[in-house]
Ligand binder design. Structure first.
Ligand SMILES: [Zn+2]
Length: 255
């Protein structure tokens, strides 16, 4: 995969030992850490798998958990779906099913196109930042959102759409004084699936999602077209993926 962020990556690597010096074991999340209704802002259908434990936890505390998807994921892998099947429609349905399994309070597709590429490049959608900020501001007002959860600072594995959305989420949090902002997949030492972590995000909160294992598996299985991606991450089964990611770590960028 070509490197979209060569300078940023090199700089991060250089500074990493200094950044990680501030690492303290994150504390377990408690109900009082939730400021109120939350919005999970995700690049693609299936990115909720990275935070499905937290979505369940939020719902279990009786708080609303809304999901917004930047794209419908039409640029992703097709699984066993033939070329003439509309992948966007397939993935929209998969996402609806997953959101229902997790008990999400609402699901919104923001309407941006996930670019298809002919090679293994990953791409970010074309978008107007002002328009996106306005859409998100309206969505937050509609649902009275006080916690925004989105991608980490290196887009987990430097996926350009994840990196872009992280930056847009950060801007949103900067422009809304009372909005809390957390990022997913923060780095923790000795994590069994280190390759999906944001290597420079130092976590402040952790969640042991073991008790939500069945919902997390069913939510991932809803994404039939994408299962091979998760199986490749873990070099094993969907169950292995869920097992290896039962520890969710979050960075409270803005508590
Ligand atoms: Zn994604």
């Amino acid at each position: 995969m070509p490197d979209r962020y060569p300078i940023r990556r090199a700089l991060r690597k250089l500074l990493r030992p200094i950044v990680r010096r501030s690492y303290q074991p994150p504390k377990s999340i408690e109900p009082s850490d939730l400021p109120g209704p939350s919005l999970f802002l995700l690049a693609h259908p299936d990115d909720e798998v990275f935070c499905s434990g937290l979505i369940r936890y939020v719902r279990e505390q009786g708080q609303p958990a809304h999901i917004a998807c930047f794209t419908r994921g039409e640029g992703g892998t097709r699984g066993s779906y033939p070329d003439d099947v509309d992948l966007a429609a397939v993935r929209e349905k998969e996402m609806e099913q997953s959101a229902e399994i997790l008990g999400a309070s609402s699901l919104t597709f923001l309407g941006y196109e996930d670019p298809e590429t002919n090679d293994d490049r990953l791409e970010s959608p074309q978008f107007d930042p002002l328009q996106l900020q306005e859409q998100l501001t309206n969505l937050m007002a509609k649902h009275d959102i006080s916690l925004l959860v989105s991608h980490g600072s290196s887009g987990e594995y430097w996926h350009p759409a994840h990196v872009t959305l992280h930056e847009e989420a950060k801007r949103l949090a900067e422009n809304h004084r009372d909005l809390s902002f957390w990022t997913m997949n923060a780095w923790v030492p000795d994590h069994p699936l280190d390759r999906v972590l944001n290597q420079d995000d130092i976590p402040t909160l952790k969640l042991d999602a073991s008790s939500y294992e069945e919902e997390r598996i069913q939510s991932l299985l809803a994404h039939q077209s994408q299962l091979e991606v998760f199986e490749t991450f873990v070099e094993g089964s969907v169950r292995d993926y869920i097992d290896q990611t039962h520890l969710e770590a979050y960075r409270q960028v803005k508590p």
